[in-house]
Design a protein around this ligand. Sequence first.
Ligand SMILES: [Zn+2]
Length: 115
Amino acid sequence: MLLHLRWHKQQKLAIFWPNPWQTIKIAFNWLVLKQPAIKHQFPEDIDCYWISGGVWGSYYLPNKIYICPRKATPQFLEQVIEHEITHLKYENEVKNMTHQEKEAHITAKQIDSRK
Ligand SMILES: [Zn+2]
């Protein structure tokens, strides 16, 4: 876990510690206020979970993504969702790459898919 944390810090990703207040706030925002309002509808059959801690986005094969909506606009979250879905789609192509190569490849695929 500690190693993992150091790794994330090197990647300059935001990390949020989970806490009960944030969990309640995210659940309330989503269930009652219908926030964040994600306008883009993704056609893929993906299970998307809001989480209260961790990094903004992560993915688990075959079809799960975890999104932390803290300190992020809906537009930014749409990009994170798209990015994590792209990871799921192209995992086979990037399996043996380093983290940086992987991210570059996935980002390129993500940009391609918008054309
Ligand atoms: Zn990524």
